[in-house]
Structure formats: structure tokens, C-alpha cells
Design a protein around this ligand. Sequence first.
Ligand code: ADP
Length: 446
Amino acid sequence: MIGKVLIANRGEIAVRIIRACREMGIETVAVYSEADREALHTQLADEAVCIGPAPSAKSYLSMEQIISATVTSGADAVHPGFGFLSENSRFAELCEQCHITFIGPGSDIIRRMGNKQEARNTMTAAGVPVVPGSTDPLTDAEAGAKIAEKIGYPVIVKAALGGGGKGMRVAETPEEFEASFNTAQKEAQMAFGDGTMYLEHYVRHPRHIEFQILADQYGNTIHLGERDCSVQRNHQKMIEEAPSVALSEELRSRMGDAAVRAAKAAGYVNAGTVEFLLEDNGQFYFMEMNTRIQVEHPVTEWVTGIDLVKEQIRIADGRHLSYTQQDVKITGHAIECRINAENPSRNFRPSPGTITDMYLPGGKGVRIDSAIYSGYTVPPYYDSMLAKLIVHAKNRKEAIRKMRSVLGEVIIEGIDTNVDYQYEILNHPDFVSGEVDIEFIEKLCR
Ligand code: ADP
């Protein structure tokens, strides 16, 4: 039985996990860098261990420091949150070797789904629709150009070990191919230390639709419906909602079945997300599988009533799923806005610094997951996301109204944030009517 969990993360997700553990009667150990001595997660956990200096490479990404903190604190499990080491198969493997329960899938699953080419091939074999693309690893532009010709332009060149939107370039025409391939490969080499690439047909104006999966160690796999994450800037999500206005019951059931098939084909265990691109005509394609909890998990929690972090812990502890597919009912509509320390009028430049004063609203149907407080200094070393505002209402129209009201009340002084920018999006006629695809923000900025 898991009795003590070390949270290998920081910020709002660390706080979120500490709360779930506390409610389950599980002790918590926070880890923190020297820049996070005053951070909320450091203060809220039962114990806190300093794991090194501010740069994440020396603290939150240091496997040795985190494993040794786990062993010395007597924790029997590690929750990796998202980002940092959450999708690092080597870290999961180290936990396995040290008999520490990794709250997530096994290292072999993380490795297989982390290699996007391998993930594509697994899905194709399982009959899950995949964007037309290459099947073998590519290392040179000349061989790539021949395959691009077969796939059909435009194509997108992607890094096999990619993540965070890095190592990706679109080639509109054969003339552009070589340059796009070489640029993407160079970026991949820099970011992931590996220049293995693959190609996909570039889908025009799709929506980003992802399905939440839960699977236990006994072969029970269910989906918890979809999230629409089409509002993105530079391939990074800004607003997420559940359910999606673009899905009929029939399409939801077909995509949900495909997501469950995808998870089963991967031999998946724990919480995971199957990401799809969805075209106007209802055609959908598998994009990738995320083998961890997602930033946007609260919208699913709200429409299903299921606590995903608690389920993750229960599954890792060897228990059966608490729900069957028939138990999952989608109620109302939830929207999440990510609040970042950044300045939208200066090309979203990060804005670290001290929060001199703040006020966050509450009320019926309002949930705020955050790690900030008045007097807190946002360090410059990490991701700029400060908080997530999540609302739930009877339908999408009321959820939008509620989110506008919440955004209108939020006060964060001393640093710049994207609160006003989010307010503008919530009032944009295309967002209100639900007519958004992944190029929506790009079009706004033009
Ligand atoms: P990462 O893991 O780096 O985030 P993804 O493969 O998830 O990379 O792609 C990130 C985003 O890029 C997607 O959400 C989508 O907006 C866009 N994208 C990826 N592949 C395609 C494609 N074949 N056609 C059109 N857009 C794509």
C-alpha cells in the first residue's frame, strides 16, 4: 500500500497532487530547488527536501537527487506530474530498479509511446487512423523528399523523439522540402540529441481533440470523453474545454473507441491521453499518446466527477478501476484558461517578479488551481504558467459567461499576465460560436 508519495514537480500541479494525497490519507514529500524555498508546494507538503540549485537541469531534472530524496525520506512512490521527468523512460526505469512505485505507466510503455514513429506504427497495426506519413525512420533530406512526394504536399517534418512543438517544420512545396527538413533536424538534434525524423501529411485547419484514458493493471481500459484544445499559440494550448462542440454522439463514440483501442494496443496502464487531429468532415487521425497527467485534466474531472490524480494513485497501487465505461457520464460544460506570467503586447515575453497584491475569485462552479499568493516571487527559471481558472456550468454558453466573470474579477499585481488577453478571446465571436481550429490565435495575431 502506498503510504508516502514524493512529488517530483513544482507549481500548481505539485499542489494539486499534495491535496489529492492528503485527502487519501497519504503522506507527502515535496522536492524544491533553491529558487523554490518559499514556493507553495514546499510549504504545503508534510516534508520538503532541497534537491539543488535553481536551474531545472540541476534540480527538477536530476534523477539522482530525486531518487536519493525518495529513498532517504522513506517515500514508497513518486508522482512525476507533467513536464520535467514525467515522460522520461529512464527515470521510470530507475524507480522500478529501486523498488519505488512510479505513478504512471511502465518504463517500456513510456519509451514506446515517446518514440512517435514507433507509436504511429503501433496505432496503424491496431487499425487506429493515423495521418498519412512515413513508416521508417528518416535521417536525410533526399530520402525524405521521395516519401513526401508520395504522401502529398503540404507535409510536416517532425522529430521522432519530439515534444513541446520543437523539431517541427512545414514544407508547402517540394522546393521548400530540403530547407524545412534540415532546419527541423538541426532543432531536433539540439533539443533531443537525436536527428531521427518522420513525415506526416500536414492537415489544414484541424481541431485538436484528445481523449482521456484510464487503464488498470488487469486489462480494464475506459475513456472519459474528449477535450477540445484547439485554442493554441505556437502549438501550445491556451484554453481547453469539455465536451467539444465539434463532436456528435456518434463521432464521440467512434473516437472514444479508437482511443481505447490505441491504449490497449500500447498495453497502457494508468492515466493517459490519446491526441487526435479532427478535420471538418469528421475524419480524425491519431497524433500521439501522452503518458502522464495533462495540464488540462480538470475540465475532464469536472464533467465526469472523477478525480484523475486519485485514480492514478489507486491504479499504481494495484487496485482495480473504480469505474466502468457505463459509469462515465458527461454533465454540463467545463472551460479552462491558463494564466501565464507573460506580456501579450510584447510577443508574450515572460514576466517573472514579485506579486505585490492579488485577488482570485470563487463562487459556484469556479475552481482555481494555482501555486501563487500575495508576496510570492515568480522565479525566472521555469515555465510561465501560474494558475489555471476552471469553470463548470450547465452548457457552453453559461460556461463562457462564467469564465468572463471570473477573468473580470482576477487581480494579479506586480507582474504582467495574459488575463486580459484571455478575456478578449472569451469575447471573440469565433470562440463564442465555437468556430475555432488550431490556427485561430495565429489568425488573430496577423
Ligand atoms: P509535440 O509533442 O511537440 O507537442 P505534436 O505532435 O503533439 O507535437 O504536435 C503539436 C501540435 O502541432 C498539434 O497540437 C497540432 O496543432 C500541430 N500538428 C502536429 N501534426 C500536425 C499535422 N500533421 N497537421 C497539422 N497540424 C499538426
